[in-house]
Ligand binder design. Structure first.
Ligand SMILES: Cc1cc2nc3c(=O)[nH]c(=O)nc-3n(C[C@H](O)[C@H](O)[C@H](O)COP(=O)(O)OP(=O)(O)OC[C@H]3O[C@@H](n4cnc5c(N)ncnc54)[C@H](O)[C@@H]3O)c2cc1C
Length: 419
C-alpha cells in the first residue's frame, strides 16, 4: 500500500468498540495508527455494557438478525456480511474469551464481563503497534489538520486519513457526548439529530401510584400499540414501573416505534395485556364470577393472580366506575391503556438513533470530507438491545478500517501515476 519510508498515518478518534476495531484492521493492514480519546481510558461504554451482563452479539439465524436494523439494514448489510455475529464470536474466542448463548439467543462472554475482553484486545492492539493518546479531545480542524485539546494545551495533528468513531449522545459522562454533531455539520455533513433509542418513557403517574410501585417489575405482560405508520404491533416481555414512567427490556424493544409515534402525535398510548397467557374469555369469566363478600381486589388476586403493581395499574388507569364494572374491568385487564408522554432524555438512553446520514457516505467515507471515515453509533442506524449494537459497531469499525486501506492504496497509486 505504501513504501516503508512513508508510512500511511491514520488517526482514529474515539476508542470505543468501533474505533478499536478500525484501529485493529488498520494496524493489520500495515498502517501507522494513533488512537485519540477525550477520556482518560478507552472503551468506557463497552465496560459499562459489561456490568449488567454484556450481550456481544445474537445467535438467531442471520436472515432474522439483519432486519433488526430496520431502515438501516440494507446499508449495514455489506458490513455485517463481512463481519457478522459468527465472526464476532470467533473474534472474541481469538482474544482468549469464551462465549455462551443465553436462552434468549443473546451471546455473552462466559463470565458476562467486558473487562477481560477489553484488556486482551488492548494488549493485542498495543502489540501490533497501535498508539493510544488519552485525554485528547478532538475539537475539529485547523488549517486542514486535526485540532485536539490535550492536558498540555491545543495540538494539531496531520494524518493521511481519519476515522471518527465518536459514539452517539447517551451517557455523556462515559465520553460520547454528541459534541461532534456541530463540528461535522459545519463541514457540510448531513447529520440526523441524535435522539434516544432503547429508552424509557415518561408517564404522569399519580403520587399515590408512584410512591407505592416505583421500581416494581411487570413480569410477563404484552404491549400492543400502533406505530406512526399506522401499523399495530404486539410484543410480550417484561418492564419496570419507575417513579415517573416506564423502562426495561420490553419498553426498549418498542422504543423506536413509540418514539416515532410521540413525534408524530405528541403522545403514544400503549395497551397492556396484564395476563397475556390467559384468553380474554377466560379473564372475563373469572372477573364476572360471583365474589360474595370478598373485595374486588382479593377476588382479582385469588381468581387471576392480579396483585401488587398489576393491581395498582388497574386502579391507576381506570376510573372508579370503570373499575367497578366487571365487563369493562375484564376487557381492561387484557387491554389497559397507558399514555406515554415523552421519551426519557437522550443521556439516559442505552443508545442513540440519528447520526451521520447514509447518503452522505461513500462506503464509510464522508462525501463532504474525503479521507475522513466514520464508524459505530455515530452513523444513522439503531437497533434493539441484545448484541445488535455492538455487532454493528464492530462491523462498521472493520468496514471503516478496510475502506481507509483501500482509499490509501488508491491515493498512493494515483500519486505514483502522476509522478
Ligand atoms: C448501560 C449500557 C449497556 C449497554 N449494553 C450493551 C450490550 O449488552 N450489548 C450491546 O450490543 N450494546 C450495549 N450497549 C451499547 C454499546 O455499548 C454502544 O452501542 C457502543 O459502545 C457504541 O460504540 P462506539 O464505538 O460507536 O461508541 P462509544 O463506545 O460511545 O465510544 C466513543 C468514544 O469516542 C470518544 N469521544 C467522543 N467524542 C470525542 C471527542 N470529541 N474527542 C475524542 N474522543 C471522543 C469517547 O470518549 C468514547 O471513548 C450498552 C450501552 C449502555 C449505555
Amino acid at each position: 500500500m505504501q513504501s516503508s519510508l512513508t508510512p500511511f498515518r491514520v488517526a482514529v478518534i474515539g476508542g470505543g468498540p468501533a474505533g478499536l476495531m478500525a484501529a485493529q484492521t488498520l494496524a493489520q493492514g500495515g498502517a501507522c495508527v494513533d488512537v485519540y480519546d477525550a477520556m482518560a481510558s478507552v472503551g468506557r461504554k463497552f465496560l459499562l455494557a459489561g456490568r449488567g451482563g454484556m450481550n456481544i452479539t445474537h445467535a438467531e439465524p442471520y436472515a432474522d438478525f439483519v432486519p433488526r436494523y430496520a431502515g438501516a439494514a440494507a446499508a449495514l448489510r455489506p458490513m455485517l456480511d463481512a463481519f457478522g455475529p459468527a465472526d464476532v464470536r470467533e473474534w472474541v474466542h481469538g482474544l482468549g474469551v469464551e462465549t455462551f448463548v443465553g436462552t434468549s439467543g443473546r451471546v455473552f462472554p462466559t463470565d458476562m464481563k467486558a473487562a477481560p475482553l477489553l484488556r486482551a484486545w488492548l494488549h493485542r492492539l498495543r502489540e501490533s503497534g497501535v498508539r493510544f493518546h488519552m485525554r485528547h479531545r478532538w475539537l475539529g480542524w485547523r488549517d486542514g489538520a486535526l485540532l485536539l485539546q490535550t492536558p498540555d494545551g491545543e495540538l494539531t495533528v496531520h494524518a493521511d486519513a481519519v476515522v471518527l468513531a465518536l459514539g452517539g449522545g447517551s451517557w455523556a459522562r462515559l465520553g460520547s457526548d454528541g459534541a461532534w454533531v456541530p463540528l461535522l455539520a459545519a463541514r457540510g455533513v448531513d447529520v440526523a439529530p441524535l435522539v434516544p433509542a432503547n429508552c424509557g418513557f415518561d408517564v404522569a403517574w399519580s403520587e399515590h401510584f408512584s410512591s407505592r410501585h416505583a421500581g416494581e417489575p411487570l413480569t410477563t405482560v404484552a404491549i400492543t400499540s400502533t406505530g406512526a405508520d399506522g401499523k399495530s404491533f404486539r410484543k410480550q416481555g417484561q418492564f419496570v414501573v419507575t417513579a415517573g414512567g416506564v423502562e426495561g427490556s420490553l419498553i426498549y424493544a418498542l422504543s423506536a416505534a413509540l418514539r416515532e409515534q410521540i413525534a408524530a402525535d405528541g403522545v403514544a398510548t400503549i395497551y397492556l395485556d396484564l395476563l397475556p397467557d390467559l384468553p380474554a374469555a377466560r379473564v372475563a369469566e373469572e372477573v364476572t364470577r360471583p365474589r360474595g363478600a370478598r373485595s374486588l381486589a382479593s377476588h382479582l388476586q385469588s381468581r387471576l393472580g392480579i396483585k401488587g403493581v398489576k393491581a395498582g395499574l388497574l386502579r391507576e388507569c381506570l376510573s372508579k366506575e370503570q373499575y367497578a364494572d366487571p365487563d369493562y374491568l375484564g376487557r381492561a385487564i387484557k387491554m389497559l391503556p397507558v399514555r406515554l408522554l415523552r421519551p426519557r432524555p437522550l443521556d439516559e438512553a442505552i443508545s442513540s438513533a440519528g447520526g451521520v446520514r447514509w447518503d452522505g457516505l461513500d462506503g464509510t467515507m464522508l462525501k463532504a470530507a474525503p479521507g475522513v471515515f466514520v464508524a459505530g453509533e455515530m452513523i444513522d442506524w439503531e437497533a434493539p438491545t441484545g448484541g445488535y449494537l455492538l455487532t454493528a459497531c464492530l462491523a462498521s469499525g472493520l468496514a471503516a478500517g478496510r475502506d481507509v486501506l483501500a482509499w490509501g492504496a488508491r491515493c498512493t497509486g494515483e500519486a505514483r501515476r502522476a509522478d
